[in-house]
Design a protein around this ligand. Sequence first.
Ligand SMILES: NC(=O)c1ccc[n+]([C@@H]2O[C@H](COP(=O)([O-])OP(=O)(O)OC[C@H]3O[C@@H](n4cnc5c(N)ncnc54)[C@H](OP(=O)(O)O)[C@@H]3O)[C@@H](O)[C@H]2O)c1
Length: 201
Amino acid sequence: MVRTYMIVASTKDGGIGCDGKLPWQKCGKSLSADMAFFKKITTSCENSWSIESNVPSTVIMGKNTWFSIPEKFRPLPNRTNIVLSRNGFECEHKDVIHATSIENALKLVSDGNVFVIGGGYLYEKMLNFHNDTIESILLTEVSSEFECDTFIDMNQIHTQFPGKQDITVSVLDFVNKRNLLDEEGYVNDKGVKYKFCLLNK
Ligand SMILES: NC(=O)c1ccc[n+]([C@@H]2O[C@H](COP(=O)([O-])OP(=O)(O)OC[C@H]3O[C@@H](n4cnc5c(N)ncnc54)[C@H](OP(=O)(O)O)[C@@H]3O)[C@@H](O)[C@H]2O)c1
């Protein structure tokens, strides 16, 4: 059985990228709890949100997102990496597959969890044409402001996935970073404030 999720970190107005990087990365900041959560959940670790654990794990990303990952960190380990491009993409690594459309990418997966990991172009196509295949969205909602040039449509997301659950505390426990929880229930990661949310239909 295959279950498909979208995972995204966004500012409140939908900012997800800047100059080919994450907006906060561009300012020299990293969201340590967010990165730890992304790594654990996309490698099928045991969790409290009914996302199956110990099953094969696949990440699907657009070509720009692939190239935004520093070379030494790609492919993302312990996951099949599917990279989308209509124009061509080459990588010899055994865990990397090129697909020309979302349909083709999804057909390549026969079992386990699929995580659609961005970027903006792919999220848009996914929400507009394959919303029915997305089980839920794991959203990191960043409250701090950052300059952005790539966006997702937050209104569309909240319309299509109106069920919003704040899972900040359980995520911080999952990644052993409870010390980052502030008194208002936000993660405070060296001054950057965010929450983890699970969005359902
Ligand atoms: N905040 C987050 O959670 C997050 C997550 C991921 C990425 N990002 C950021 O987002 C930015 C990159 O996003 P982006 O919108 O520029 O690019 P992208 O979605 O990563 O990649 C776009 C390219 O991928 C291919 N592609 C994507 N969807 C496709 C589809 N459905 N069918 C066929 N090909 C498809 C196309 O390549 P061809 O033109 O070759 O056909 C397209 O030009 C970066 O700044 C990155 O850091 C943020």
